[in-house]
Design a protein around this ligand. Structure first.
Ligand SMILES: [Cu+2]
Length: 113
């Protein structure tokens, strides 16, 4: 291949990448579901990240009732034994939450706008 041909290909692929990026900005990313498990009196993962509009799915695999209680009062989710409870995130923020019945169960959710 001639050196000139190589540069032409690089320029063309650069153009394609920038138009994909522009398209990405105009179409909002699809909301995701983030699963967090409570098992053996532990929350996993203890630090999770999500975006406003995403759904958090807490899965309680214990035989006890747990809660996911935000320390700032944004939400207080009750999780019956062996049940999954969903919550759609409405507000951004770094939320520390815990279980009201087992205060040693603590985790953090970082919600970006
Ligand atoms: Cu609990």
């Amino acid at each position: 291949m001639k050196p000139g041909g190589y540069f032409l290909i690089v320029a063309a692929s650069g153009l394609a990448l920038s138009s994909v990026a522009t398209l990405g900005l105009s179409v909002p990313a699809a909301a995701a579901t983030v699963q967090i498990t409570m098992r053996d009196l532990e929350i996993a993962p203890t630090a999770a990240e999500a975006k406003v509009g995403d759904t958090i799915e807490w899965v309680n695999k214990d035989i006890f009732v747990h809660t996911a209680t935000a320390r700032n009062g944004d939400w207080d989710v009750t999780l019956p034994p062996n049940k999954t409870v969903k919550l759609v995130l409405k507000k951004p923020g770094t939320i520390d939450y815990y279980c009201r019945f087992h205060p040693n169960m603590k985790a953090r959710l970082t919600i970006s706008p």
